[in-house]
Design a protein around this ligand. Sequence first.
Ligand code: KG4
Ligand code: ZN
Length: 329
Amino acid sequence: MQILGIETSCDDTGVAVVENGRRVIYSEISSQVELHRPYGGVVPEIASRAHIENLLPLLSRCLEETKLSLYDFDAVAVTYTPGLAGCLLVGVSFAKALAYSLKKPLVGVNHLEAHIYTIALDAQEERIPPFPHLSLLVSGGHTALYRVDGWNQLNRIGGTKDDAAGEAFDKVAKALQLGFPGGPIIQKRAADFAGEWINFPRPMLHEGYDFSFSGLKTAVVNFLRERELDEEEKTRIAASFQRAAIDVLVAKTLRAAEDHSLHHISLVGGVSANQPLREELLRRAEQKGYTVYLPEKRFSMDNGAMVAGLAYHYVQAGKISDLTLNARP
Ligand code: KG4
Ligand code: ZN
């Protein structure tokens, strides 16, 4: 079964084809980073307009490169929740029109479940965590821990009370005038750092499974307001912020794993591309005898393959949408 997957929930337009939920035949993303860079963050109106412009050319290229025809798809899948309203609407409308004209099933997919599913894309059987497992989803819009009982059976154990982890990376990078998106830029800066760490707060480190990144971000912003910022100091702040964020993410994840007896842990979402986070979670989880599962980096950021892949399981479970499917921000 070949499913076409469409992703437009935020600032990446994704189109992909996945076979039987696992084998990624095609996956292409049109990034809007350059459009949003001048604003230091995603501008929703610009993002939805860009999705409109990107979708048809992406689909045409997909058909050209895969030599598939639209009629070869067994279903059309699209992210319908959660995300930016205008952006979701573009994808949902596009997918509905396609499914209707092709007389193929329409499958509305949850973006968070799709991120968690990335672990199964193009993966060997032993690299896919068994159920139940724990998943740390860290992206620009979400930071949460889930007990995963099935690919579309998530139970939220904890999550951010305010900013998402990726959002904090982006805001700190903006405050340091390092550019957008902040995550990869901060990681690169931090890699060069070998000086004295700044001891930024680790919010809610010792309590429960919830996160708060707004306090950490504010502490960084207050710290940098008080000093002259040369490049060296910017690097020190970036590295110390990253370390504090990783400390909290890893500590909470391991606590949740222990308390819930979930010893298989997946790390997914845009921030899961962060190499020091991957390494720290792997290192500390291994010490406890837990197994960590990481998606291929090309599936960390928003993409259509995670939508098409998960949709296969929705279809198996009879979760087909009808043409009343609507965006749910
Ligand atoms: O999952 P994603 O593509 O979009 C959302 O659903 O939000 O995640 C984008 C986020 C951005 O905040 C970006 O700064 C962050 O992921 N990110 C990273 C890294 N690569 C992307 N954060 C830290 N380190 C990275 N290497
Ligand atoms: Zn996402």
